[in-house]
Design a protein around this ligand. Structure first.
Ligand code: ADP
Ligand code: MG
Length: 252
């Protein structure tokens, strides 16, 4: 579905976020990115959405061809991919429903989005909230909701975009372990039921092993593991997290 060929990303500071990476992502997978902080998970996710324009290499998307910088195609691709973030990035003073309706807006031109959404879109936003179990909180301000509920609003907003791909950057990192698993299993369930492939970065190895079809392990900006959860050995995990332990040792 998405093919990366030698995709590399350097920040303007000169720091390498992602070393040349060749990967193929499939339509059916719930893929989890793991790796210590600074290993390149966010950089890779942002390259997949062209929020980071790769410094070199190319990305080809099924049905869209090679990405060539064309702005219309970029807009189309962004509509097509929904992002879920660790800090939700919701509008805090707005209701859950209003936040979810923001997801619908991507499907309208910027001029059209100045006007209230049509009834059927408002109903669809309510349906999305229902899918994440928050229909009864539709009119509550999101800053009055718990962390887990806020992230469920984030998932509903992503759904309202009618995406063909979900990218989630540490969506459960700021939640307690029980809530983290609830939210992740909800994301997994929706991804499977609606056949929306998801690429999710996670800090929790146990959750990665439980839910991922495919795990991609990053270390120091490079993919050093790509396989099924079963084939992820404890030696490999040590290699993936080697840099984090080195940094901790140096800091101590
Ligand atoms: P992760 O998401 O796995 O924590 P990142 O993709 O954020 O890793 O970071 C990869 C590398 O890029 C790190 O060395 C990090 O310091 C660097 N980096 C990330 N964001 C920026 C930025 N905006 N400017 C410069 N360097 C960055
Ligand atoms: Mg990150």
């Amino acid at each position: 579905m998405i093919e990366l060929k030698n995709v590399e990303f350097c920040y303007s500071s000169g720091v390498i976020g992602l070393r040349p990476t060749t990967l193929e992502l499939y339509r059916t997978d719930f893929t989890v990115l793991i790796g210590p902080s600074g290993s390149g998970k966010t950089t890779l996710l942002r390259c997949l959405n062209f929020l980071n324009r790769p410094t070199s290499g190319e990305i080809e998307v099924e049905g869209m061809g090679k990405f060539d910088g064309n702005r219309r195609r970029l807009r189309q691709f962004r509509c097509w991919t929904a992002m879920i973030f660790q800090q939700h990035q919701l509008l805090p003073r707005q209701s859950a429903l209003k936040n979810v309706m923001v997801g619908c807006l991507g499907n309208y031109g910027s001029f059209r989005s100045l006007f209230p959404l049509p009834k059927h879109e408002q109903l669809f936003a309510l349906e999305c909230l229902d899918r994440v179990g928050l229909l009864d909180k539709a009119l509550e301000r999101v800053d009055q909701l718990s962390g887990g509920e806020q992230q469920r609003v984030g998932i509903a907003r992503a759904l309202a975009q009618r995406p063909q791909l979900i990218l989630a950057d540490e969506p459960v990192a700021s939640l307690d372990p029980g809530t983290a698993e609830n939210v992740l299993s909800l994301l997994y369930k929706i991804s499977m039921e609606d056949h929306i492939p998801a690429i999710v970065s996670l800090h929790h190895i146990e959750l990665a092993k439980k839910y991922a079809h495919r795990i991609i392990g990053l270390s120091n900006g490079a993919v050093i593991f790509d396989g099924s959860p079963k084939s992820l050995s404890s030696d490999m995990l040590k290699r993936i997290y080697h840099h984090e332990r080195l940094k901790a040792a140096l800091a101590a």
